[in-house]
Design a protein. Structure first.
Length: 330
Protein backbone atom coordinates (compact mmCIF):
# COMPACT_ATOMS: atom_id res chain seq x y z
CA UNK A 1 0.00 0.00 0.00
CA UNK A 2 2.84 2.36 0.79
CA UNK A 3 4.24 1.76 -2.69
CA UNK A 4 0.99 3.00 -4.25
CA UNK A 5 0.93 6.02 -1.95
CA UNK A 6 4.50 6.83 -3.02
CA UNK A 7 3.64 6.43 -6.70
CA UNK A 8 0.74 8.85 -6.34
CA UNK A 9 2.79 11.32 -4.33
CA UNK A 10 5.66 11.30 -6.82
CA UNK A 11 3.43 11.06 -9.91
CA UNK A 12 5.56 8.14 -11.00
CA UNK A 13 3.29 5.23 -11.87
CA UNK A 14 4.00 1.62 -12.70
CA UNK A 15 2.63 0.41 -16.02
CA UNK A 16 0.64 -2.37 -14.38
CA UNK A 17 -0.86 -2.92 -10.94
CA UNK A 18 -2.54 -5.91 -9.36
CA UNK A 19 -4.69 -5.14 -6.31
CA UNK A 20 -5.75 -8.50 -4.90
CA UNK A 21 -6.95 -10.24 -1.78
CA UNK A 22 -4.41 -12.20 0.18
CA UNK A 23 -5.24 -15.87 -0.44
CA UNK A 24 -3.58 -16.96 2.81
CA UNK A 25 -4.37 -14.13 5.23
CA UNK A 26 -7.87 -13.32 4.03
CA UNK A 27 -9.20 -10.57 1.81
CA UNK A 28 -10.06 -7.01 2.84
CA UNK A 29 -12.23 -5.62 0.05
CA UNK A 30 -12.57 -2.18 1.64
CA UNK A 31 -8.84 -1.47 1.41
CA UNK A 32 -8.58 -2.94 -2.07
CA UNK A 33 -11.33 -0.68 -3.40
CA UNK A 34 -9.98 2.34 -1.53
CA UNK A 35 -6.66 1.98 -3.34
CA UNK A 36 -8.37 1.33 -6.64
CA UNK A 37 -10.15 4.65 -6.20
CA UNK A 38 -6.92 6.39 -5.17
CA UNK A 39 -5.27 5.28 -8.40
CA UNK A 40 -8.33 6.24 -10.44
CA UNK A 41 -8.46 9.73 -8.93
CA UNK A 42 -4.73 10.21 -9.50
CA UNK A 43 -4.64 8.87 -13.07
CA UNK A 44 -8.02 9.74 -14.57
CA UNK A 45 -9.89 12.94 -15.19
CA UNK A 46 -13.56 12.88 -14.12
CA UNK A 47 -15.91 11.59 -16.82
CA UNK A 48 -13.06 10.79 -19.21
CA UNK A 49 -14.60 8.12 -21.43
CA UNK A 50 -11.97 8.38 -24.16
CA UNK A 51 -8.91 7.37 -22.14
CA UNK A 52 -10.42 5.15 -19.43
CA UNK A 53 -12.11 1.78 -19.89
CA UNK A 54 -13.26 -0.93 -17.47
CA UNK A 55 -13.70 -4.66 -18.14
CA UNK A 56 -15.39 -6.98 -15.64
CA UNK A 57 -16.41 -10.61 -15.43
CA UNK A 58 -15.67 -13.45 -17.83
CA UNK A 59 -14.70 -13.39 -21.50
CA UNK A 60 -12.64 -10.20 -21.45
CA UNK A 61 -11.58 -9.39 -25.06
CA UNK A 62 -7.82 -9.50 -24.58
CA UNK A 63 -7.05 -8.24 -28.11
CA UNK A 64 -9.30 -5.23 -27.47
CA UNK A 65 -7.55 -4.52 -24.15
CA UNK A 66 -4.15 -4.59 -25.85
CA UNK A 67 -5.36 -2.42 -28.70
CA UNK A 68 -6.75 0.18 -26.29
CA UNK A 69 -3.54 0.25 -24.24
CA UNK A 70 -1.44 0.62 -27.39
CA UNK A 71 -3.36 3.71 -28.48
CA UNK A 72 -1.93 7.12 -27.51
CA UNK A 73 -3.98 9.08 -24.95
CA UNK A 74 -6.11 11.96 -26.21
CA UNK A 75 -5.69 15.19 -24.21
CA UNK A 76 -4.66 13.17 -21.17
CA UNK A 77 -1.48 11.96 -19.52
CA UNK A 78 -2.40 8.25 -19.53
CA UNK A 79 -4.67 5.64 -21.06
CA UNK A 80 -5.99 3.55 -18.15
CA UNK A 81 -7.53 0.07 -18.30
CA UNK A 82 -9.31 -1.37 -15.24
CA UNK A 83 -9.80 -5.16 -15.25
CA UNK A 84 -12.00 -6.04 -12.28
CA UNK A 85 -12.96 -9.49 -11.00
CA UNK A 86 -12.21 -11.16 -14.31
CA UNK A 87 -11.31 -14.80 -14.95
CA UNK A 88 -8.01 -13.83 -16.57
CA UNK A 89 -5.99 -15.39 -13.73
CA UNK A 90 -7.78 -18.72 -14.10
CA UNK A 91 -6.31 -19.43 -17.55
CA UNK A 92 -2.84 -19.21 -19.07
CA UNK A 93 -3.43 -15.96 -21.03
CA UNK A 94 -0.10 -16.11 -22.82
CA UNK A 95 -0.96 -13.16 -25.05
CA UNK A 96 -1.81 -10.81 -22.18
CA UNK A 97 1.08 -12.08 -20.04
CA UNK A 98 3.49 -11.35 -22.91
CA UNK A 99 2.02 -7.87 -23.40
CA UNK A 100 2.62 -6.90 -19.75
CA UNK A 101 6.32 -6.32 -20.43
CA UNK A 102 5.49 -4.21 -23.51
CA UNK A 103 2.89 -1.80 -22.08
CA UNK A 104 3.57 1.71 -23.46
CA UNK A 105 4.80 4.34 -21.01
CA UNK A 106 1.62 6.36 -21.42
CA UNK A 107 -0.71 3.46 -20.50
CA UNK A 108 -1.54 1.78 -17.18
CA UNK A 109 -3.32 -1.53 -16.59
CA UNK A 110 -4.94 -2.00 -13.19
CA UNK A 111 -6.18 -5.46 -12.20
CA UNK A 112 -8.56 -5.62 -9.21
CA UNK A 113 -9.25 -9.12 -7.91
CA UNK A 114 -10.57 -10.70 -4.72
CA UNK A 115 -8.42 -13.72 -5.65
CA UNK A 116 -5.58 -14.18 -8.11
CA UNK A 117 -3.74 -17.43 -8.75
CA UNK A 118 -0.10 -16.66 -7.95
CA UNK A 119 1.16 -19.66 -9.93
CA UNK A 120 0.03 -18.43 -13.33
CA UNK A 121 1.95 -16.59 -16.05
CA UNK A 122 -0.15 -13.44 -15.75
CA UNK A 123 0.51 -13.02 -12.03
CA UNK A 124 4.23 -13.61 -12.48
CA UNK A 125 4.39 -11.16 -15.41
CA UNK A 126 2.72 -8.44 -13.32
CA UNK A 127 4.97 -9.21 -10.38
CA UNK A 128 8.06 -8.86 -12.60
CA UNK A 129 7.02 -5.71 -14.49
CA UNK A 130 4.74 -3.81 -12.11
CA UNK A 131 3.32 -3.75 -8.62
CA UNK A 132 1.44 -6.54 -6.86
CA UNK A 133 -0.31 -5.44 -3.68
CA UNK A 134 -2.10 -8.07 -1.58
CA UNK A 135 -4.70 -6.67 0.78
CA UNK A 136 -5.01 -8.81 3.89
CA UNK A 137 -7.16 -8.17 6.94
CA UNK A 138 -5.40 -5.67 9.23
CA UNK A 139 -4.41 -6.61 12.77
CA UNK A 140 -6.98 -5.80 15.50
CA UNK A 141 -4.81 -2.90 16.77
CA UNK A 142 -4.80 -1.35 13.29
CA UNK A 143 -8.59 -1.70 13.03
CA UNK A 144 -9.03 -0.03 16.41
CA UNK A 145 -6.79 2.87 15.43
CA UNK A 146 -8.71 3.30 12.16
CA UNK A 147 -12.06 3.34 13.99
CA UNK A 148 -10.80 5.84 16.58
CA UNK A 149 -9.51 8.13 13.83
CA UNK A 150 -12.92 8.14 12.16
CA UNK A 151 -14.74 8.78 15.42
CA UNK A 152 -12.36 11.60 16.34
CA UNK A 153 -12.79 13.07 12.87
CA UNK A 154 -16.54 13.20 13.53
CA UNK A 155 -15.91 15.23 16.71
CA UNK A 156 -16.85 12.36 19.04
CA UNK A 157 -15.24 10.30 21.80
CA UNK A 158 -15.60 6.65 22.75
CA UNK A 159 -14.49 4.60 25.76
CA UNK A 160 -12.38 1.48 25.35
CA UNK A 161 -15.16 -0.85 26.53
CA UNK A 162 -17.64 0.79 24.14
CA UNK A 163 -15.20 0.43 21.25
CA UNK A 164 -14.88 -3.28 22.05
CA UNK A 165 -18.67 -3.62 22.00
CA UNK A 166 -18.83 -1.96 18.58
CA UNK A 167 -16.19 -4.32 17.15
CA UNK A 168 -17.94 -7.36 18.61
CA UNK A 169 -21.39 -6.35 17.38
CA UNK A 170 -20.87 -5.31 13.76
CA UNK A 171 -19.73 -7.52 10.84
CA UNK A 172 -15.93 -7.92 10.88
CA UNK A 173 -15.07 -6.57 7.43
CA UNK A 174 -13.97 -2.94 7.07
CA UNK A 175 -16.63 -2.11 4.49
CA UNK A 176 -19.41 -3.05 6.92
CA UNK A 177 -17.61 -1.36 9.81
CA UNK A 178 -17.29 1.83 7.78
CA UNK A 179 -21.00 1.79 6.95
CA UNK A 180 -21.95 1.20 10.59
CA UNK A 181 -19.55 3.92 11.74
CA UNK A 182 -21.13 6.45 9.38
CA UNK A 183 -24.59 5.62 10.74
CA UNK A 184 -23.37 5.72 14.33
CA UNK A 185 -21.55 9.04 14.01
CA UNK A 186 -24.53 10.64 12.27
CA UNK A 187 -26.83 9.33 15.01
CA UNK A 188 -24.56 10.76 17.73
CA UNK A 189 -24.10 14.26 16.28
CA UNK A 190 -24.63 16.85 18.99
CA UNK A 191 -23.28 14.51 21.65
CA UNK A 192 -19.76 14.34 23.07
CA UNK A 193 -19.42 10.60 23.52
CA UNK A 194 -20.68 7.42 21.85
CA UNK A 195 -22.27 5.02 24.35
CA UNK A 196 -23.09 1.32 24.28
CA UNK A 197 -26.77 2.31 24.16
CA UNK A 198 -26.09 4.24 20.94
CA UNK A 199 -24.46 1.17 19.39
CA UNK A 200 -27.36 -1.06 20.40
CA UNK A 201 -29.86 1.46 19.02
CA UNK A 202 -28.34 2.02 15.58
CA UNK A 203 -25.78 -0.64 14.62
CA UNK A 204 -26.44 -3.86 12.79
CA UNK A 205 -26.39 -6.97 14.96
CA UNK A 206 -24.88 -10.11 13.46
CA UNK A 207 -27.03 -13.19 14.00
CA UNK A 208 -23.87 -15.18 14.69
CA UNK A 209 -22.96 -12.83 17.54
CA UNK A 210 -26.39 -13.22 19.15
CA UNK A 211 -25.85 -16.98 18.91
CA UNK A 212 -22.51 -16.55 20.71
CA UNK A 213 -24.42 -14.66 23.39
CA UNK A 214 -26.95 -17.50 23.60
CA UNK A 215 -24.12 -20.03 23.72
CA UNK A 216 -22.62 -18.19 26.70
CA UNK A 217 -25.94 -18.55 28.52
CA UNK A 218 -26.13 -22.25 27.64
CA UNK A 219 -22.59 -22.89 28.89
CA UNK A 220 -23.39 -21.01 32.10
CA UNK A 221 -26.58 -23.10 32.54
CA UNK A 222 -28.79 -19.99 32.37
CA UNK A 223 -31.71 -21.49 30.51
CA UNK A 224 -34.18 -18.59 30.79
CA UNK A 225 -31.64 -16.10 29.42
CA UNK A 226 -30.67 -18.44 26.58
CA UNK A 227 -34.32 -18.81 25.62
CA UNK A 228 -34.80 -15.04 25.85
CA UNK A 229 -32.07 -14.53 23.24
CA UNK A 230 -33.70 -17.21 21.08
CA UNK A 231 -37.08 -15.48 21.21
CA UNK A 232 -35.43 -12.17 20.27
CA UNK A 233 -33.91 -13.85 17.23
CA UNK A 234 -37.36 -15.15 16.27
CA UNK A 235 -38.78 -11.62 16.44
CA UNK A 236 -35.98 -10.61 14.04
CA UNK A 237 -37.34 -13.24 11.61
CA UNK A 238 -34.33 -15.54 11.93
CA UNK A 239 -35.29 -19.11 10.84
CA UNK A 240 -35.03 -21.73 13.63
CA UNK A 241 -33.21 -24.07 11.23
CA UNK A 242 -30.51 -21.43 10.73
CA UNK A 243 -30.20 -21.06 14.51
CA UNK A 244 -29.75 -24.83 14.97
CA UNK A 245 -27.04 -24.84 12.30
CA UNK A 246 -25.24 -21.90 13.92
CA UNK A 247 -25.42 -23.50 17.38
CA UNK A 248 -23.79 -26.60 15.91
CA UNK A 249 -21.18 -24.53 14.08
CA UNK A 250 -20.22 -22.66 17.23
CA UNK A 251 -19.94 -25.81 19.34
CA UNK A 252 -17.76 -27.09 16.49
CA UNK A 253 -15.54 -24.02 17.00
CA UNK A 254 -15.28 -24.89 20.70
CA UNK A 255 -14.09 -28.38 19.81
CA UNK A 256 -11.64 -27.09 17.21
CA UNK A 257 -10.10 -24.52 19.57
CA UNK A 258 -9.98 -27.04 22.42
CA UNK A 259 -8.13 -29.55 20.23
CA UNK A 260 -5.65 -26.93 19.00
CA UNK A 261 -4.96 -25.80 22.55
CA UNK A 262 -4.40 -29.39 23.67
CA UNK A 263 -1.89 -29.74 20.83
CA UNK A 264 0.08 -26.87 22.34
CA UNK A 265 -0.94 -24.13 19.91
CA UNK A 266 -0.60 -20.55 21.14
CA UNK A 267 -3.44 -18.04 20.84
CA UNK A 268 -1.77 -16.52 17.76
CA UNK A 269 -1.39 -19.96 16.16
CA UNK A 270 -5.06 -20.73 16.85
CA UNK A 271 -6.01 -17.43 15.19
CA UNK A 272 -3.85 -18.26 12.16
CA UNK A 273 -5.25 -21.77 11.78
CA UNK A 274 -8.94 -20.98 12.38
CA UNK A 275 -9.24 -17.41 10.97
CA UNK A 276 -11.67 -16.70 13.84
CA UNK A 277 -12.09 -13.19 15.20
CA UNK A 278 -10.17 -12.30 18.35
CA UNK A 279 -13.20 -12.05 20.62
CA UNK A 280 -14.52 -15.39 19.27
CA UNK A 281 -11.25 -17.11 20.19
CA UNK A 282 -11.50 -15.60 23.68
CA UNK A 283 -15.02 -16.99 24.09
CA UNK A 284 -14.00 -20.38 22.69
CA UNK A 285 -11.05 -20.67 25.07
CA UNK A 286 -13.27 -19.77 28.01
CA UNK A 287 -16.25 -21.94 27.12
CA UNK A 288 -14.42 -25.00 25.80
CA UNK A 289 -12.77 -25.46 29.20
CA UNK A 290 -16.20 -26.42 30.59
CA UNK A 291 -16.50 -29.44 28.29
CA UNK A 292 -14.52 -32.55 27.50
CA UNK A 293 -13.77 -33.49 23.92
CA UNK A 294 -16.30 -36.32 24.26
CA UNK A 295 -18.98 -33.89 25.52
CA UNK A 296 -18.50 -31.56 22.56
CA UNK A 297 -18.56 -34.43 20.06
CA UNK A 298 -21.86 -35.67 21.53
CA UNK A 299 -23.32 -32.13 21.38
CA UNK A 300 -22.42 -31.87 17.71
CA UNK A 301 -24.11 -35.21 17.04
CA UNK A 302 -27.19 -34.00 18.94
CA UNK A 303 -27.34 -30.78 16.88
CA UNK A 304 -27.09 -32.85 13.69
CA UNK A 305 -29.97 -35.09 14.84
CA UNK A 306 -32.20 -32.09 15.54
CA UNK A 307 -31.35 -30.59 12.17
CA UNK A 308 -32.27 -33.83 10.40
CA UNK A 309 -35.53 -34.12 12.36
CA UNK A 310 -36.61 -30.64 11.33
CA UNK A 311 -35.65 -31.27 7.70
CA UNK A 312 -37.63 -34.52 7.71
CA UNK A 313 -40.67 -32.75 9.16
CA UNK A 314 -40.81 -34.98 12.23
CA UNK A 315 -40.22 -32.06 14.62
CA UNK A 316 -41.59 -28.51 14.77
CA UNK A 317 -38.80 -26.09 13.92
CA UNK A 318 -39.53 -23.50 16.65
CA UNK A 319 -39.92 -26.14 19.33
CA UNK A 320 -36.78 -27.95 18.17
CA UNK A 321 -34.50 -25.12 19.32
CA UNK A 322 -36.31 -24.87 22.65
CA UNK A 323 -35.80 -28.61 23.21
CA UNK A 324 -32.17 -28.42 22.10
CA UNK A 325 -31.45 -25.58 24.53
CA UNK A 326 -33.18 -27.53 27.31
CA UNK A 327 -30.98 -30.56 26.63
CA UNK A 328 -27.76 -28.55 26.36
CA UNK A 329 -28.41 -26.74 29.64
CA UNK A 330 -29.12 -30.09 31.28
Amino acid sequence: MKSIDEDIKNRSFARVYLLAGDNKAGDEAYLRLQYRNKLKNALCKPDDNLNVVTYTGKDVPVAEVIDFANTMPFLAEKRVVFLEETNLFETSNDELAAFISQIPEDSVLIFVQSKADQRGKLFKAIQKNGRVVLFKKPAPAVIEKWILTKIKGAGLKIRGSTLTRFIEQVPPDMQSMNSELEKLCAYCQGKEEITIEDIEAICQVRTEDRIYEMLDRIVQKRKKEALAVYYELLTLKEPPMKIIILIGRQFGELLLVKNLKSEGCSRDQIAEKTKLRDFVITKCLQNSSRYSEKDLTEILERCARYEESVKAGSMDDVMSVELLIDELVG
